[in-house]
Design a binder for this molecule. Structure first.
Ligand code: IPE
Ligand code: IPE
Ligand code: MG
Length: 241
């Protein structure tokens, strides 16, 4: 199961994930509060999303807020929530002309009712778009996602609709937030950290990882090009030879 064929890398990976990290350090370097880094990072989100769509990326998954990020100081969390509001309002206005379909991955029920309503409006307003799918990972954690999928399958077993021994990898994949989407080919992490921090744990089994010593607000379209170039030079073997 899940055997992938070794193929020549496509010019542009189908699905790219980006861990938008380094906002706090970007601000600190400038003697600014961490929240100023988040503002700069949010502006960059727009630039990189548009650029990815323009070069033919089919799926872009951006890690915006993890299940662990709630542990940050209350004023930082609240500044992030304000930015989410602002950028989703803007997405409603701007992305609608751009043929980008916005989806959310993560447990949105933890957000304020206002923000949840806005999230639904963005999803609905872009549902018929046929261009790039933009997955925004908000209150997302790979472990929480897999735990939720286990609950869904356990419920089907309890209902008598499924035998435990018939559970397949495909069924588990289909119970994730990314159901129906291809796995990421490339995961990019700016900021210099070389870890996944709970991002797309199941889906990234064979993703190529590229890390940059650049903080997210400084991450430019040319860095995305550079990551894609590195990806093209990787030998993806998927466990084969
Ligand atoms: C990423 O930047 C944004 C979020 C996690 C919301 P950080 O805030 O983690 O920035 P650093 O890693 O502290 O520099
Ligand atoms: C990962 O970054 C989460 C997002 C970028 C949204 P963190 O800054 O939260 O991760 P750690 O703490 O460095 O692992
Ligand atoms: Mg960080």
């Amino acid at each position: 199961m899940a055997i992938q064929k070794k193929t020549e890398p496509a010019a542009v990976p189908q699905h790219i994930g980006i861990i938008m990290d380094g906002n706090g350090r970007w601000a600190k370097k400038r003697g600014l509060p961490r929240t100023a880094g988040h503002t700069a990072g949010a502006a960059n989100f727009r630039t990189i999303t548009r650029y990815a769509a323009s070069i033919g990326v089919k799926y872009l998954t951006l890690y915006a807020f993890s299940t662990e990020n709630w542990s940050r100081p209350a004023e930082e969390v609240s500044a992030l929530m304000k930015l989410f509001h602002q950028y989703l309002e803007e997405a409603l206005r701007d992305f609608m002309d751009e043929n980008i379909r916005v989806r959310f991955i993560g447990d949105i029920s933890a957000f304020s009712p206002d923000l949840q309503a806005l999230i639904r409006r963005v999803e609905e307003a872009s549902a018929s778009k046929t261009g790039m799918v933009l997955n925004l990972a908000m209150n997302y954690g790979g472990r929480a996602e897999i735990t939720h999928a286990a609950q869904v399958l356990a419920q089907r077993v309890r209902d008598g609709a499924l035998n435990p021994e018939d559970i397949t990898e495909a069924m588990l994949s289909d119970a994730l937030f990314t159901a129906g989407q291809p796995d990421p080919d490339l995961i990019i992490r700016p900021s210099g950290e070389k870890r996944l921090s709970n991002f797309l744990l199941w889906q990234s089994a064979y993703a190529e990882f590229v890390s940059f010593n650049i903080l997210w607000p400084d991450f430019k379209p040319r860095h995305l090009d550079e990551a894609i170039e590195q990806f093209r030079n990787r030998d993806r073997r998927f466990g084969g030879v």
